[in-house]
Design a protein around this ligand. Structure first.
Ligand SMILES: Nc1ncnc2c1ncn2[C@@H]1O[C@H](COP(=O)(O)OP(=O)(O)OP(=O)(O)O)[C@@H](O)[C@H]1O
Ligand SMILES: [Mg+2]
Length: 325
């Protein structure tokens, strides 16, 4: 990892004001990405993956409040930016590809115009140059007949094509960081592979770092150099993908893997980890997984929970890790 990583999330906590009280959704999150690096972020539904991505973009709305820590991009503090500076960053430096591509595309504007808007705003292209570049981008994401499709509305395209338009949109200004939140969920398996190949190829060509948010452990293992595991708003373990999947040290990671039926692990539907992701409006122990952990000992209730380096690029937030097998 170079001295100044591209993205450095340091002890970042985030709360939401809710009718049930303060939801402490992210708790002292630490995550780093080097330029061009691909990192997976996995965790059960409700663990805070999307909230973290939206926090990086500054898109969380008035109920959210940063409650400690720092987020830096290239050493620059993101939390201190005003809305104008943040808007400049979005699309330019950091882009996001959403799971819900239909929501991300404007249904009543032609896809070429939507791409053109971004290119004119962030890359300063003329209307004509933006259209030419939009067609180029559509060709790059392998949309057949891009000149014609440039004038299509989203409803005239298939789901897989819309997904590709959204990826073209996200990568159009060569962002330094792409937040890909379940970018292929909902597509058929063949299209998933095609779209993932595209994301990875384009990211590599542009030197873009990718944070790949997914339920799919196999996808993270296959596509990412490193993987971070999140549980109830806490990162519990980060490690090189091969290490994480062959020698997990956190009981939660180990449980996720053990519960994974061979072939297509999908942690959205894990049957065997007792209890759900805990309610973050309630008082919680320093390690939020302690509530569900069969290895819990008295030491697990001592604050603060600090990470331990247990191998090269392998960080662990656990007082009673699983022994290396
Ligand atoms: N605007 C909001 N106000 C209050 N709570 C919120 C808000 N947005 C998200 N949350 C809560 O934050 C927690 C984390 O949600 P998030 O969407 O980040 O989970 P996730 O890990 O992305 O899940 P999934 O895998 O289902 O996409 C959830 O408990 C959710 O209810
Ligand atoms: Mg999500």
């Amino acid at each position: 990892m170079p001295a100044v990583p591209l993205l450095a999330v340091e002890d970042f906590s985030l709360h939401f004001a809710t009718p049930q009280g303060l939801a402490r959704v992210l708790d002292a999150v630490n995550l780093q990405l080097a330029a061009g690096e691909t990192v997976g972020l996995v965790g059960e539904s409700g663990s805070g993956k999307t909230v973290l991505a939206l926090a990086l973009l500054g898109l969380l709305g008035p109920a959210a409040r940063a409650a400690g820590g720092r987020i830096r991009l290239d050493g620059r503090d993101l939390l201190g930016l005003d809305e104008r500076e943040r808007a400049r960053l979005r699309g330019g430096q950091i882009a996001m590809a959403f799971q819900n591509y239909r929501g991300a595309l404007n249904p009543i504007r032609r896809v070429g115009d939507q791409l053109g808007d971004v290119l004119r705003r962030h890359a300063g292209l003329s209307r004509r140059a933006a259209r030419a570049r939009a067609i180029e981008l559509l060709a790059q994401v392998r949309i057949p007949d891009p000149e014609r499709r440039c004038d299509a509305y989203p409803f005239e395209l298939s789901g897989g094509m819309c997904q590709r338009v959204m990826i073209a949109l996200a990568l159009s200004c060569r962002p330094r960081l792409l937040l890909a939140d379940e970018p292929v969920t909902g597509l058929d398996v063949t299209t998933q592979a095609v779209v993932m190949d595209l994301v990875m190829d384009l990211a590599r060509d542009h030197g873009t770092a990718v944070l790949l948010i997914t339920h799919d452990l196999a996808l993270a293992a296959e596509r990412c150099a490193r993987v971070a595991v999140m549980h109830a708003g806490q990162i519990v373990e980060t490690a090189p993908a091969g290490v994480l999947f062959s020698r997990p040290r956190h009981p939660y990671t180990a449980k996720l893997l053990a519960a994974t039926p061979g072939g297509q692990p999908d942690i959205a539907s894990l049957p065997v980890i007792p209890g759900g992701v805990p309610d973050t409006t309630r008082p919680l122990p320093p390690c939020r997984f302690a509530l569900r952990c069969d290895r819990r000992v008295a030491a697990c209730d001592l604050a603060p929970l600090v990470p331990e380096v247990v191998g090269p690029a392998h960080h662990l937030w656990c007082r009673r890790p699983v022994a290396v097998g």
